[in-house]
Design a protein around this ligand. Structure first.
Ligand SMILES: Cc1cc2nc3c(=O)[nH]c(=O)nc-3n(C[C@H](O)[C@H](O)[C@H](O)COP(=O)(O)OP(=O)(O)OC[C@H]3O[C@@H](n4cnc5c(N)ncnc54)[C@H](O)[C@@H]3O)c2cc1C
Length: 400
């Protein structure tokens, strides 16, 4: 028995479902986990191949999707979240109903894995996007156990993980609510660990927390923030930090992400959450003050019901699906692989340091005057009075 790995997303449905424990995950040299059959345990029943969701067509029942830009009214929570705090709003609703929440969290070594959370305090572990592939481990099994007990379950993750969960469960559960993310592709755990190792060595201190989307100076112009024991944190703009630059340039995402079948408006989750990137400061009517704006796509009646329950605690503006696609290209097509991705890996595996890799693959060029002006406008545009914006837009329209 041999699983075809080229299109594998690493959702772990096959490992979780094998009744003989005959499939395990094994990392390849780029650090991504793939299933491996343990011949001595395998009975060749073929279940692992049959449940794999990757070649199955996408699409749920007929439902007219609804799209919103929104954020939680609690400013502190909004700042702690990646976008507008939709994950926590939904998670708190499910916990209040006696349910459990699944999301991606760091373990002690800053590896990312899905965990089950049963109280509000724990939610901070999953808060914040981690730009590293998360391992499923036993999360599907735990979710199934809770669903069989009749408990509500909120499962959040990348679309391939949500599709993997449905494939694993093999049947509909009324109490299951799923939330997928619009995903840029999942970066390599090994590359991330080597970046952290170099940071530890450079600053000679133990790392206590990592935030990939620290909202300084703002939500859209975010920074990497790494806290240490006993020293000042490392804070570096997304334009300068080598890891964030590599993620943005698609240098070290999983191979299948570059042909991702989920990069589409056909969604697997009951709800889709993301950044509402088209939402810009000039939409002053809704005062985007750069604390973060979520995009929510409601994909099913269950999603609609859940969104209805949390709506009161949110600022909400209705949008269209075209608006969503315009701001989030990941709804239209996968991000392309960087032409130097393989060369990057060759140098990385040969042991080149991050400063060397940085010089070759993500050199920093200070922004020119135009770019500085654009960034300034992005951060502070909401402060410009509406009549001035209308006047400027009028001039622009006359020129066109
Ligand atoms: C790898 C990755 C790529 C992304 N790419 C895009 C993109 O291209 N465009 C876009 O608009 N949005 C993207 N997002 C989503 C976005 O960054 C936010 O995570 C999302 O909007 C939720 O924000 P929030 O404020 O509601 O929640 P937060 O409180 O910040 O919650 C984060 C949520 O993301 C989940 N999560 C965090 N890390 C991972 C991970 N490694 N794997 C699976 N789930 C994870 C958590 O379980 C939780 O549900 C991406 C997220 C990830 C993890």
């Amino acid at each position: 028995m041999k699983l075809k790995n080229e299109r594998c997303t690493g959702c772990e449905a096959c490992v979780s479902r094998c009744p003989f424990g005959a499939v395990e995950m094994e990392a390849d040299e780029k650090g991504f986990f793939y299933p491996k059959i343990l011949e001595e345990k395998c009975t060749e029943c073929g279940l692992c191949e049959r449940i794999c969701p990757i070649e199955k067509p996408l699409g749920r029942g007929k439902f007219t999707q609804e799209v919103y830009s929104c954020w939680v009214r609690d400013s502190k929570l909004r700042l702690e979240s990646t976008s507008g705090g939709m994950f926590t709003a939904l998670a708190e609703y499910v916990l209040k109903e006696g349910g459990a929440v699944f999301g991606a969290a760091f373990d002690e070594g800053f590896c990312v894995e899905h965990i089950c959370m049963e109280n509000r305090k724990e939610l901070k572990k999953a808060r914040g996007a981690k730009y590293v592939q998360s391992r499923t481990k036993d999360a599907f099994q735990k979710a199934e156990e809770l669903l069989k007990q009749g408990r509500k379950v909120l499962y959040t993750g990348t679309p391939c993980q949500i599709d993997g969960l449905y494939a694993y469960l093999g049947k509909e559960y009324d109490e299951l609510l799923t939330v997928d993310l619009i995903c840029h592709g999942v970066p390599s755990p090994v590359v991330f660990q080597s970046y952290l190792k170099e940071i530890r060595e450079k600053y000679k201190a133990e790392i206590t927390s990592v935030r990939f989307r620290y909202k300084k100076p703002s939500w859209s112009l975010y920074s990497m923030k790494i806290d240490f024991q006993g020293r000042k944190p490392y804070i570096c703009s997304k334009f300068k930090d080598p890891y964030l630059r590599g993620v943005g340039k698609n240098l070290f995402q999983r191979e299948v992400c570059f042909s991702c079948k989920y990069a589409s408006t056909k969604r697997v989750g009951d709800l889709t959450i993301a950044d509402s990137w088209r939402y810009r400061a000039y939409e002053r009517e809704s005062r985007n003050d750069q604390k973060g704006v979520s995009l929510v796509i409601v994909n099913s009646p269950k999603g609609k019901q859940a969104f209805g329950k949390i709506r009161n605690g949110l600022f909400v503006k209705k949008q269209s699906i075209e608006y969503a696609v315009d701001g989030n290209p990941g709804l239209k097509a996968p991000w392309p692989k960087h032409p130097s991705s393989e060369a990057f890996y060759r140098d990385f595996l040969a042991g080149k340091s991050w400063s060397e890799l940085g010089r070759t693959y993500f050199p920093y060029h200070p922004p020119g005057v135009k770019e500085r002006c654009l960034r300034f406008a992005e951060n502070y545009g909401h402060m410009v009075p509406l009549p001035v914006i209308r006047f400027l837009k009028g001039i622009q329209n006359r020129k066109v």
